[in-house]
Design a protein around this ligand. Structure first.
Ligand code: RI2
Length: 307
């Protein structure tokens, strides 16, 4: 039985009250802990079944989020390896282990963020202008550090239909980073003054393609035309290992109501949340293990035993 608090977390992920691949993954790991704490299961097996059911529900809340799936799979694999080895004998011991796993996950992704910010800031020329799209917690950390070191300025798109760009603008302004908000369709107009484009990532495929907020691929085209560097700042957890086996990343399609308040007679509305930027438009992925061009990403992950 999945706890009502876990169901609420799932609905907050679906409604985007919790937004950004990283925050979604963190919320899911917290939810496993909530599930374990609330569980009345009398055996380790029964509690494991509840955790599996909670994980399935969480993973389904946003289909285009490998970081969510990878984080949950990793946590469940770790728990079952400890159970199989006989290190967990009671539901209480499993509860403690889930809680410990949550703390370790939070520590490791905070450390990944710190490293990405360092690597990313190093890629941005001093006193230059950076353009970003949507709201990525990873990108805003890079931009804040880059500004502290190099006095940069930022242009950010409002990001229709959910306006996550406003979150970016507010966060950067609060941190004292000079920031200008533009409509999405003005990205090309401003590109000639931009040296670097930084975006986040929702998914990265085995051919180095980037799945990110709708509009990203148009911005990548404009950046290529102006010879601006185009980076995606992403934890390696955003890589979808299933794409090695031919999986095509699903593109989440959201409700028309996010675009139009009331329906227009005779008008169909499409609202894909993400689009795909081909590898040839991406200078590199800025990850916690370094700055990696798309063509070598899979090889580097394998070499680091991350696949
Ligand atoms: P972090 C966002 O999607 C954007 O596409 C952003 O690039 C991506 O998540 C990654 O964000 P949405 O959740 O993990 O707003 O860097 O649909 O925070």
């Amino acid at each position: 039985m999945v706890s009502p608090r876990v169901r609420k977390i799932c609905s907050d992920i679906r409604s985007m009250r919790i937004q950004g691949a990283r925050e979604i993954a963190k919320a899911a790991i917290e939810a496993l802990d909530v599930q374990a704490a609330a569980s009345k299961a009398r055996s380790v097996k029964a509690m494991q079944r509840e955790l599996d059911a909670a994980a399935r529900m969480l993973a389904a809340a946003r289909p285009t989020e490998p970081m969510l799936r990878n984080s949950l799979n990793n946590a469940l694999r770790y728990l079952s390896s400890r159970i199989i080895r006989g290190h967990v004998r009671t539901p209480h011991e499993l509860r403690l282990l889930v809680s410990k796993e949550r703390a370790e996950y939070m520590r490791s992704i905070a450390e990944a963020m710190r490293r990405i910010a360092e690597y990313g800031a190093a890629e941005i020329p001093a006193r230059s202008t950076v353009l970003t799209h949507c709201h990525s917690h990873t990108v805003t950390e890079v931009l804040k550090l880059a500004h502290a070191k190099k006095r940069i300025s930022v242009i950010c798109t409002e990001t229709r239909p959910r306006y996550q760009g406003l979150l970016t603008a507010a966060e950067l302004a609060k941190a004292g980073v000079p920031v200008t908000l533009i409509v999405d369709s003005a990205a090309r107009h401003f590109m000639d003054g931009v040296r670097t484009v930084l975006v986040g990532a929702d998914a990265i495929t085995s051919s180095g393609e980037l799945v990110n907020k709708i509009g990203t691929s148009l911005i990548a085209l404009a950046a290529a035309e102006e010879n601006a560097n185009f980076f995606s700042c992403a934890e390696t957890f955003k890589f979808d290992p299933l794409t090695l086996w031919g999986r095509v990343e699903p593109i989440e399609e959201r409700k028309a109501g996010e675009i139009l308040r009331s329906r227009m007679r005779g008008v169909a509305v499409r609202n894909p949340a993400f689009d795909v930027t081909p590898a040839r438009y991406i200078t590199a992925y800025i990850t916690e293990i370094g700055v990696i061009p798309p063509a070598s990403l899979t090889a580097v992950l394998m070499r680091n035993r991350m696949l």
